[in-house]
Each structure stands twice: as C-alpha cells, then as structure tokens.
Design a protein around this ligand. Structure first.
Ligand SMILES: O=C(O)CCC(=O)C(=O)O
Length: 268
C-alpha cells in the first residue's frame, strides 16, 4: 500500500512525523497510538479537481448546523428524528443514498478510500446502503459564536429514538476528511479528549454551546488543534468531540466515516 508523509498528533502534546499508508493510519488510531493522523495525499490542484467531480450532488444548507453547507441527507440528520416521522425519514435517507451512491462510488475520493483502506459501502441489508460521502462548505461566518461547526461527535448508535434506530454500537468509528481549501483566518479543526457517553449527553452539550457559546467540559479536556492544508487527509476518532473554528472566508472539505465492522465500511 502506498505510504504518505504523515503527522501523528496526540492529546498529550507529542507529535511525530513519519510515513504511513491509510491502513496503517487506521491501525494507529484503533490502537490509540495516534489520536489524529494527517496524511499529505494530494497536491492542492488535484484536491481541487476531486472537489469539482461531477458525481457529487449540489451543496445544500445544513438543517441543524446552519453555518455549514453539505451535499445529501446525512445520518446525523436522521439520528435526530423521533417518533412517527422516523420511518418516513429513514425511507428518505436510504432512497437518497441509493440514488446518490451511484455517482459517489465513481468519485475519486471514494475510489481512493475503497482501494487504500480496502473499504466497502456499509449496508443495513441488501436493499439499504448508507450514503458514502459529502462535500462540505463553510461559508464566511459573521456570527458571534467561536465555531463554524459546533462541537459534536459522530457515533452511529447515538439516535434520539433508540427504540426505532436499527443500529447497534459498532466497534470503532473514524472521521476522514480531505481539505480542499482553508479559510483566511486559518480556522482549525479541534478534537477534544472527551467522548459523550450517550445521545442525551451530546444534546446537553449542544444546548450549552447554543446558550453560552462555550462548553464547560471542553475547557477541562486535553485537545488537539490543527490547521489542515489543502490536499491533506485528516483521520480521527469521531466519537470524541470535535469542531471547526469560525471561518472568516470559505473553507471546503470532502469527508465521510469509516466503521470497523468485519473490515472497513464507509457510511455518512
Ligand atoms: O470536514 C470537516 O471540515 C470537519 C469534519 C467533521 O467535523 C466531521 O466530519 O464531523
């Protein structure tokens, strides 16, 4: 497997420059030998061409994270749905994934992860596959909150309606995003050493942030803040809280999640 210039970052402040493949990077994360891995996989011009790929759908405003635009319905949106709306929303999600994945499978980003992580599409059953990836755009943010993407975590089992949610907790889940363009103010990606235990805790943290523009527990947690460069792939444990600093000009990324469930599976 191809190796890339790599930076390993840890909550205790230790960093190491080395060279790693995607599979090795995932193993480092799984064994807690790394908390964040950065890989220089592309030049900025090639990264831009991956963004321009016609197989991605158009960007839309994000329903819950309003200072973010993304392509397609994401699992996070589905996880917030409760009660009688849930079945309808789930049907919509899987219908849209089925349609969008036809194109997404042909994107360079998904071809790359499929080959280099030996990853396949995560499926609920033969009929229902999870969406593969999104493009994300953070437009210039002029509000008074510190983040363009508020502190959150991505855990496939964290649904608000656990009775209806069809997924058990998988063993591991990692976020993977490719930076296409940074913001002028060098807004960073921050990962905190705090993993909410439940959806309820995550919702409480989100409410606290909305109210106070600050989250108490994060002030006491170790963290890693990094300004990712165009063409750089960032891999991290998405169960830990993470956020994107306020962007004073547009920032763009392409990303998804990898789940270790008898081999790496892609879902978003
Ligand atoms: O794509 C990004 O900029 C941020 C990644 C992130 O926060 C996520 O994937 O949950």
């Amino acid at each position: 497997m191809k190796k890339y210039n790599a930076e390993i970052l840890n909550f205790d402040g230790t960093n190491e420059s080395t060279s790693l493949s995607i599979s090795e990077s995932l193993s480092y994360l799984e064994s807690d030998k790394a908390n964040v891995v950065l890989l220089d996989i592309l030049s900025d011009t090639v990264a831009e061409s991956w963004w321009q790929d016609k197989n991605f759908p158009d960007l839309n405003s994000h329903k819950f994270h309003t200072s973010l635009r993304a392509t397609g319905i994401t699992l996070g949106q589905l996880q917030r749905t409760e009660g009688c709306n849930f079945v309808k929303k789930m049907d919509q999600y899987f219908e849209s994934s089925k349609n969008l994945n036809k194109g997404l499978k042909k994107t360079k980003f998904i071809e790359f992860l499929s080959q280099e992580a030996n990853a396949t599409t995560y499926k609920l059953n033969d009929e229902r596959e999870f969406m593969l990836a999104t493009k994300r755009s953070y437009p210039r943010y002029t509000g008074d909150k510190p983040f363009s993407f508020a502190p959150h975590c991505d855990v496939i089992s964290f649904a608000r309606d656990p009775e209806l949610w069809p997924l058990e907790e998988p063993k591991k889940q990692y976020g993977v995003f490719l930076t296409i363009q940074g913001a002028v103010n060098e807004s960073a990606f921050t990962l905190w050493d705090h993993k909410p235990a439940s959806r309820e805790e995550l919702d409480k943290i989100s409410k606290e942030y909305e109210k106070n523009h600050n989250v108490g527990i994060l002030n006491q947690s170790q963290s890693i803040s990094v300004v990712t460069k165009p063409g750089q792939l960032c891999l991290f444990n998405s169960r830990a809280l993470h956020a994107i600093d306020k962007c004073e000009s547009e920032r763009r990324t392409i990303g998804t999640f990898l789940i270790n469930n008898n081999g790496w599976k892609i879902c978003h």
